[in-house]
Design a protein around this ligand. Structure first.
Ligand code: ATP
Ligand code: MG
Length: 524
């Protein structure tokens, strides 16, 4: 094959390449080998984006690479040698991966090559890569050579031309044109390439989301045809690509494309059930579109992955809980939060998301249906919401509500209402108004003070709460333990009375607080 090589005589790309990286290519070249930057880093440099990592490809064998650098590690994963740079703080430069030119053959499991052999030809290595925009190699010529070269051309002074570096782009599949046209296209016949490794199907969608590129028509057709092969890909790899789609700027478009091309059902099939499911008047969109829009809002707000996932899944079970109510002449979705939490847990487990993240998302889905009309809500209702979802998650729940609201196509929450609600949460978080906020709990009463489990525990806690309401400073473990011991000596009836009084007092306090908060935050 003839390589289309063009030589650029400027430093436009070179100046973005860190010394740590050019040191690696120079060392290889001084050792008598070829060395090129390849894959994502060359693509990103050409796009003017900051590369996430730096990959070098070379005609040297792993042993020859190892011999050239003081510190490397080699785990024999397809011949890749990690060149370690201990001096840098930059995470992306600590290890630079150097991989020999590779030839791959046979993909009987649609996942990975049956055999990998090393090659001495760059074109072999570019041929095995997934997309044209990822199959461009960038060679950096050493300055001495350039200087010599430039001297013969310009006969200029050495100091002037010494700064000039020369870059060579090797681009046999016209990747630069596809970069310009913003197109994802496979290297070679797309059907064959997706047959070999079906993960490339999701990589195509992920890259199109990250770069805001479109997928070439022929490549898209092959995706549609070969998507069933995704069933063979490990859930972890699918999860990683799905995560990157959600962390891109445009998951709404990407997921819609994934759906259209038959890929979504191999990521989150449950989402497809929302397609065409109409809702009530308050909703301008079907369930599917509402979820996409909610998720997109989390992205537009730059909120983290867990919020993006919650926004995407919060109404996942609306389709199966939808019932027509003759009485109100509209759809109802009773229990979609409860069922949705269960379904979300299953989805996240299936995709092997970390347990802790999954638990939080499930909680947010479970409790996303809270009543937030500040004119009619009591402080104790706000406290209940906080208790359900956990103090650590309450602000995230508020953000989910914002996504939900924006995702309906309705105007944004009126700021004064939101501010008022936030003020109520602030207030509820501040003082110990429920026994749950006491520095002592039932377990401590039983374990440390030897009390017996039973109603007396509750009465004691409410009695303690009354005192703390009176004087918040008393909310210390030491004081409450002492006081609980004293209370334990009282008769059951007497204790119960104090406990009940505590409960009443709590309700009154709440009303009082609510009145105060309303005074403070009333923004009408
Ligand atoms: P980023 O670094 O932004 O994730 P990337 O394109 O570098 O993007 P990597 O997963 O780091 O992605 O892969 C590096 C390069 O290896 C790719 O650019 C591509 O050339 C090649 N590559 C990766 N995965 C595959 C695959 N499944 N099939 C063929 N080539 C692949
Ligand atoms: Mg990369």
């Amino acid at each position: 094959m003839k390589l289309s090589t063009n030589v650029i005589f400027d430093t436009s790309l070179g100046k973005h390449i860190p010394e740590e990286v050019s040191h690696v290519t120079e060392t290889l070249e001084k050792g008598g080998f070829e060395a090129y930057l390849v894959g994502g880093c060359t693509r990103d440099l050409l796009l003017g984006r900051k590369p996430k990592d730096w990959d070098v490809t070379t005609d040297a064998t792993p042993e020859q690479i190892i011999a050239l650098f003081p510190k490397t590690f080699y785990e024999n994963v397809y011949g890749t040698v990690g060149v370690v740079n201990e001096k840098t703080e930059d995470e992306t430069l600590k290890v630079i991966e150097v991989t020999p030119y590779r030839l791959e053959a046979g993909y009987s499991d649609h996942r990975r090559p049956d055999s990998v052999t090393f090659s001495t030809k760059l074109e072999d290595d570019l041929k095995r890569r997934d997309f044209t925009i990822n199959a461009i190699a960038l060679g950096l010529k050493r300055e001495q050579e350039v200087t010599k070269h430039q001297e013969t051309i310009t006969q200029g002074s050495k100091s002037l031309v010494a700064k000039v570096s020369q870059e060579t782009l090797v681009d046999p599949y016209k990747g630069q044109k596809d970069l310009k046209d913003k197109v994802i296209r496979t290297v070679g016949a797309p059907q064959d390439r997706f047959e070999e490794d079906a993960l490339r199907i999701i990589r195509a969608i992920r890259l199109s989301a990250e770069l805001s590129f479109t997928i070439n028509a022929e490549t898209a057709k092959a995706i549609e045809e070969k998507s069933p092969l995704l069933a063979k890909i490990s859930k972890e790899r699918i999860r990683d690509e799905f995560t990157r789609i959600l962390m891109s700027d445009t998951p709404m478009t990407a997921l819609a494309v994934a759906q259209k091309l038959g890929v979504l059902k191999y990521i989150v099939p449950e989402l497809e059930q929302g397609i065409g499911i109409e809702q009530n008047k308050a909703h301008a969109y079907t369930v599917w579109e509402h979820l996409l829009r909610s998720c997109q809002h989390a992205v537009d707000k730059k909120w983290p992955l867990d919020i993006r996932l919650t926004a995407l899944f919060h109404d996942i079970s609306k389709p199966e809980t939808r019932r027509w109510s003759n009485e109100s002449a509209q759809w109802t979705f009773y229990g979609h939060d409860v069922v949705g939490a269960r379904v979300t847990a299953k989805i996240l487990e299936n995709l092997r998301f970390p347990k802790k993240m999954s638990e939080k998302i499930v909680k947010l889905v479970r409790w996303h249906m809270f009543f937030s009309d500040t004119e009619n809500i009591t402080l104790s209702a706000v406290r209940r919401i906080i208790t359900n979802v956990g103090t650590e998650n309450i602000w995230d729940l508020m953000n989910v509500r914002v996504c939900d609201r924006v995702g309906t196509g309705r105007p944004k929450e009126q700021p004064y209402r939101l501010r008022k609600y936030h003020a109520m949460i602030d207030e509820a978080l501040r003082d110990p108004i429920s026994v749950g906020m006491l520095k002592i709990d039932g377990t401590t009463l039983i374990k440390d003070l030897g009390m017996n489990p039973g109603p007396k525990i509750g009465h004691t806690l409410h009695a303690l709460l009354e005192e703390v309401l009176e004087e918040p400073k008393k909310n210390t473990l030491v004081y409450l333990k002492t006081r609980a011991t004293e209370l334990a000596n009282l008769g059951d009836e007497e204790l119960k009375k104090i406990g009940e009084a505590g409960k009443r007092k709590k309700a009154m306090e709440e009303e009082k607080e609510l009145a105060e908060i309303q005074k403070k935050h009333w923004v009408k």
